[in-house]
Design a protein around this ligand. Structure first.
Ligand SMILES: Cc1ncc(COP(=O)(O)O)c(C=O)c1O
Length: 452
């Protein structure tokens, strides 16, 4: 019997590749799935199988795979300039992208520092904030404030301000210790408490912390509106507005990590817009290149930039670098992505799709194994539970969410639950019919996963 191309490639993979965020031993029972090509919402295997990419390949692919305008821009760029280091040299894609980002970012963000991926952007933002205070003679500021349930990446600095035990626990001895405050998300609302009351209580907690610790705090770092990898926890814009006000009052930076929420995911180009605020530092990545190439950018205010601008001998320069900083191909893909947002009604269409998704999810409120259905724009999630009415969850060790993953793959949908949190973050080219299919498959997966 001949081995299919797909099976052969999977076998070769398992002999040499070490995959991210994976216990490789799982692949003794879980299939390894080769993808030959992709188009729009679809990932295609070698043997005719295909899956709707309902998680936009780790939330990067906002506009659908191989968007023609991004593909054309990349092909053109390949014929001109592949790469040049960005120290002492520049190129049109880096300049044009910085101009485009500054023009669409919340007001006041005036400078762009490039990095290669989300985590390295967070490293840059943390270092910039610390270094800013040091350049101002306030080197006692060495601490950061993060939210409980936060996720900012896996490198040591980014992991330091991440509060997901699964990723952090093992490396805790190597990490900085942030101050943690709880955001006002649904599950932590007290019985009888209003949303406004909870926002006020959460902000009072941060105020108390800053009153005691502002002298040692560089910045508060947040994922605006949705804490994604920490379990799709959502909080209202009023909290973000309150955070901004407190950062102003206590003169500490606000770092907005828009790596997952940026580029239309929450309904506006950046989630910060919904709170009417501008952060001091903003990190973007993932959707920045439409999901084609790794790239990140840290935007900062003119005030932050000015604190580093001095005679070389002052030692104030930000001497951080990555070899591929501002890679022309990645920048060109990002320019094309921003041009699509500029020229096409992506956000308007996105809002219609979000409304369709909301209508589909509305019917799940009474499902016995589905709890806390929530949505912000094109991010929707629910918890897979043993018994919603009695408030019973499954033990994490049972890995029920993994059963949903398996079921969905068998039915042509890539869902990748975070533990028992099933979520949808599809590319914005998904159709209403595909949304219906995606949700139906998820619900059938939940029913199968919940059965003993
Ligand atoms: C909010 C947020 N910040 C940072 C990161 C890290 O980005 P990367 O995986 O590109 O390092 C992620 C990745 O999921 C993220 O969701």
């Amino acid at each position: 019997m001949s081995v299919s191309r797909s099976a052969a490639l999977a076998a070769r993979d398992l002999a040499v590749v070490w995959h991210p965020c994976t216990q490789m031993h799982d692949h003794e029972t879980l299939p390894m799935l080769p993808v030959e090509r992709a188009e729009g919402v679809w990932l295609h295997g070698y043997d005719g199988e295909r899956w709707i990419d309902a998680v936009s390949s780790w939330w990067t692919n906002v506009l659908g795979h191989r968007h023609p305008r991004i593909v054309a821009a990349l092909k053109d760029q390949l014929d001109r300039l592949d790469h040049v280091m960005l120290a002492g040299f520049t190129h049109a894609p880096a300049v044009e992208l910085a101009e485009a980002l500054v023009s669409v970012a919340p007001p006041g963000l005036a400078r762009v520092f490039y990095a290669d991926n989300g985590s390295s952007a967070i490293e840059v933002a943390l270092k910039l904030s610390f270094h800013y205070w040091r350049n101002l003679g306030r080197g006692t500021r060495t601490r950061f404030v993060a939210l409980t349930g936060s996720y900012h990446g896996e490198t040591l600095g980014a992991l330091s301000v991440t509060d997901v035990a699964l990723y952090r626990r093992t490396y805790a001895p190597l990490l900085l210790e942030p101050f943690l405050v709880a955001p006002p998300d649904g599950p932590s609302r007290r019985p009888g408490e209003t949303v406004e009351g909870q926002v006020a209580r959460s902000l009072a907690e941060l105020r108390e912390l800053l009153q005691a610790q502002a002298d040692v705090v560089c910045a508060v770092i947040v994922e605006p509106l949705v804490q994604c990898a920490g379990g799709m926890r959502m909080y209202p814009p009023a909290y973000l507005a309150g955070l901004r006000a407190l950062c102003d009052e206590f003169d500490v930076h606000l770092i907005a990590d828009e790596i997952a929420t940026g580029f239309g995911r929450t309904g506006t180009l950046f989630a910060c817009e919904q709170a009417g605020i501008a952060p001091d530092l903003m990190c973007v990545s993932k959707g920045l290149t439409g999901g084609t190439l790794p790239l990140a950018a840290v935007l900062c205010t003119a005030d932050i930039y000015a604190a580093f601008y001095a005679d070389y001998a002052s030692g104030k320069a930000f001497l951080h670098s990555h070899s591929y900083t501002g890679n022309p191909l990645a920048c060109r893909a990002a320019c094309a992505t921003l041009a699509i947002f500029r020229d096409e009604p992506v956000l308007a269409r996105n809002r219609d799709l979000a409304a369709h998704l909301a209508a589909r999810l509305a019917g799940l409120a009474d499902h016995p194994h589905i709890a806390d259905v929530r949505q912000t724009g094109m991010i929707a999630a629910f918890d897979l539970v043993r018994d919603r009415a009695r408030g019973l969850r499954f033990a994490a060790a049972e890995r029920r969410g993994l059963r949903v993953y398996r079921h969905a793959l068998e039915h042509g949908v890539l869902l990748r639950p975070l533990g028992d949190v099933v979520y949808f973050m599809p590319p914005y080219v998904i159709t209403p019919e595909q949304i219906d299919h995606m949700v139906a498959v998820a619900v059938a997966g939940v029913e199968r996963a919940a059965a003993d």
